[in-house]
Design a protein around this ligand. Structure first.
Ligand code: PDD
Length: 284
């Protein structure tokens, strides 16, 4: 069975789905996206992802493709048609198609594309082994709070990490970690405080980040939102990252320095469990 995808109002086998070569998403990366995870055939954190989609569209003065109800319906229909039990739904909105020009016409019709990816996310091997990250200077544009499809630098950074035999890169600007290539970065200090960078235009406002912070506070853990350096992270008790598709994943090595005994720490493990239980209970 070929995968059924959604393009501008139609459900089609993936081989038949097409967008214009003049689409501004293709020509100018003039597009935003969201990734919503699926567990037990249900959507995790849907409201959060849709709220951030609205914000990204509004920051770029891009038109809304359809209503929230329709977006939910499309997500559910794709999960159903593709029989996805575990994985994710990728959604992309572009400004639309028009002849190539830096100036865009006001009346463009946004392009809306969604597809599913079936994969194991709950029991991914990295959840038990942890991952190793390198540090790389953050060379992305300055509006990282908008979830655009400009992912070339994060891809290059991840390729560099792989080339060095590691898993991912933590991006560093003016001496401080901004975030991971596709996730938010966290450390746990030796006195047990959980630290992640405060929100600004320097990083994506992760949906998983917000939920993990809420659940950690509810569990009486001490949380601090502030910048930290690679050196502080290397000397921390633990480190981890958060993202929709990897939940809470431990980090066991940072730029050549092993954390603790090189295995996932108790705080990251506990937060992963809490996050999974809470988001499962709220899944729709
Ligand atoms: N990445 N920071 C960046 C740069 C990201 O690309 C992502 C998400 C996050 C975490 O945000 P959230 O918790 O809302 O997923 C932080 C997605 C999963 C991706 O590109 O596949």
């Amino acid at each position: 069975m070929s995968r059924i995808v959604y393009v501008n109002g139609e459900y089609l086998p993936e081989e038949e789905a097409k967008v214009s070569i003049f689409d501004r998403g293709f020509l100018m990366a003039d597009a935003v996206y969201e990734v919503c995870s699926v567990l037990d055939g249900k959507l995790l954190e849907f409201e959060g992802h849709i709220a951030r989609l609205h914000r990204s569209l509004s920051e770029l003065k891009m038109a809304e493709p359809c209503s929230d109800e329709e977006l939910l319906e499309i997500h559910r229909e794709l999960v159903k048609r593709n029989e996805v039990k575990e994985g994710g739904v990728y959604l992309q909105v572009t400004r639309g198609a028009s002849d190539r020009d830096f100036v865009w016409a006001k009346d463009l019709k946004p392009t809306l594309v969604l597809f599913t990816q079936a994969k194991s996310i709950e029991h991914s091997p990295t959840a038990t082994t942890g991952i190793k990250v390198i540090a790389i200077e953050d060379q992305r544009w300055a509006r990282r709070d908008i979830k655009t499809v400009q992912l070339l630098f994060p891809s290059l950074a991840k390729m560099e990490a792989k080339a060095q035999g590691k898993d991912d890169a933590w991006l560093v600007e003016d001496g401080f970690v901004t975030e991971g290539t596709s996730n938010n970065a966290w450390i746990v200090t030796k006195d047990g405080t959980i630290v992640t960078r405060d929100l600004s235009t320097d990083l994506l406002h992760g949906i998983t980040r917000a939920s993990v912070m809420k659940y950690a506070k509810e569990a009486q853990m001490k949380v601090e939102e502030r910048k930290f350096t690679i050196e502080e992270a290397q000397n921390a008790a633990e480190a981890f990252f958060t993202s929709a598709s990897a939940f809470v994943t431990p980090v066991v090595e940072i730029d050549g320095a092993t954390l603790g005994d090189g295995t996932p720490g108790p705080v990251a493990r506990r937060l992963r469990e809490i996050y999974l239980a809470e988001s499962r209970a709220r899944a729709i």
